[in-house]
Design a protein around this ligand. Structure first.
Ligand SMILES: [Zn+2]
Length: 392
């Protein structure tokens, strides 16, 4: 063995060891591959009278092969949705110039999954997500700035959210009706790059995605709290699934399959009507919560307000005047840790269940954590100052 060979082998050994140590340091734990329905956890305790409607797990901000950079066909997405017990998918497709994009979109239901047509519109200042757009929607009309996109989406009868809030710049826009409070792609870019690369190479998908979820940008939640003080701001979780991330470039190693993404970030809605109209109504009202279900199903989570007699007076996303005797209650499966925040500040904590008598108006929302990892971000209940004697 020559000296140079020994040096070369030593370097290789050190590099390999370094890679494995890096993977270990990136937080890997051995989990099974990430597919299928989220495992059921210990049920959430009852907090009172049930809410009207039924909670359905869904996906917002999904790309199909209607987008230039996504690979999945609609039947493949429907198959993944069924495998993950996802009942609806909101498509937010990138625009392709000169193509009748949404006209080639899916019907309202494919293999039992509700599909809502929409677009992801990029302009000056950031990304606008339009949902509930008509089939003949011409994204070209909105090739302006973010305000132009919002106006065009709303003029077409769609719902306009701020997408990728973590990098949005044009906060002087008006008329937007919701906020993407979590985005899987943002988590990928927020997490340290080397650890992401190594854990993508060496960790099972469950461990890889858990690591990403831990890096959900908290500054977006501060933006949510800020705007919620003036008006209701429905929050959604952006899956941003493309099924096109290849860690080794042309050599493959695809991560971020639809099933993995659907388990990573979903939006559960309390639906009171069927089909795309029911999904859009619940989104418009913010009647739902964002779930990160890598380790278990969040179905059964609740957050609601009750009056002194125990009657249900508000579901998540709703506003009502503050008055004495109100009780805010939350419950989560798996004895998850619950945190109640008022205007962004922690006011109460509980495990599995939480009850709190609000002594003042504010924007109250709940975060749940499972084994220390983000699990649920609930839309707020807005307790507004009671009207004065003059009705103001
Ligand atoms: Zn996207």
């Amino acid at each position: 063995m020559t000296g140079s060979t020994a040096t070369w082998r030593g370097g290789l050994l050190r590099a390999g060891l370094g890679l494995w140590l890096g993977a270990a340091a990136s937080g890997c734990v051995l989990l099974p591959t990430l597919g299928g329905p989220a495992p059921a956890l210990a049920p959430a305790p009852s907090i009172g009278a049930p809410s009207a409607g039924r909670v359905v797990r869904g996906v917002v901000h999904c790309h199909s092969d209607l987008s230039h950079d996504a690979k999945g066909s609609i039947p493949e997405i429907a198959e993944a949705a069924n495998a993950c017990e996802v009942g609806f998918v909101v498509l937010n497709e990138h625009y392709r110039h000169g193509e009748p994009q949404l006209s080639a979109g899916p019907p309202p239901e494919v293999d039992g999954v509700t599909f809502v047509l929409g677009a992801e519109l990029s302009g000056g200042g950031g990304s606008i997500l339009g949902a509930g757009l008509p089939r003949d929607y011409d994204s070209d009309v909105a090739r302006g700035d973010a305000q132009g996109q919002i106006d065009a989406v709303r003029a077409a009868g769609g719902l306009a959210w701020i997408g990728h809030a973590e990098e949005f710049l044009a906060w002087d826009v008006s008329g937007w009706e919701g906020l993407e409070v979590a985005n899987l792609h943002a988590m990928t870019t927020e997490a340290p790059r080397l650890g992401t690369f190594l854990s993508g190479l060496f960790c099972p998908p469950g461990a890889f995605v858990r690591r990403l979820v831990r890096h959900a940008p908290r500054r977006v939640l501060a933006i949510w709290d800020h705007y919620g003080r003036a008006r209701r701001v429905p929050g959604v979780g952006g899956c941003d699934a493309h099924a096109n991330v290849r860690l080794l470039g042309p050599l493959g190693l695809t991560i971020g399959t639809y099933e993995e993404c659907f388990r990573a970030v979903s939006t559960h809605l309390l639906l009171r009507a069927e089909g795309p109209a029911g999904v859009l109504e619940a989104l418009r009202e913010g009647r739902g919560y964002v779930a990160f279900e890598v380790s278990g199903s969040a179905l059964g989570f609740r957050f609601a307000a009750f009056d002194a007699e125990g009657a249900l007076v508000a579901d998540l996303g709703e506003a009502l005047p503050w008055r004495p005797g109100l009780s805010l209650r939350a419950a989560a499966p798996g004895e998850a840790e619950l945190r109640l925040l008022r205007d962004g500040f922690l006011v109460a904590q509980g495990r599995g269940e939480l009850r709190y008598s609000p002594r003042r108006p504010g924007v109250y929302r709940v975060e749940a954590y499972l084994d220390g990892d983000p699990f649920v971000l609930a839309n707020p209940i807005y307790l507004r100052p009671a009207p004065g004697p003059d009705g103001d």
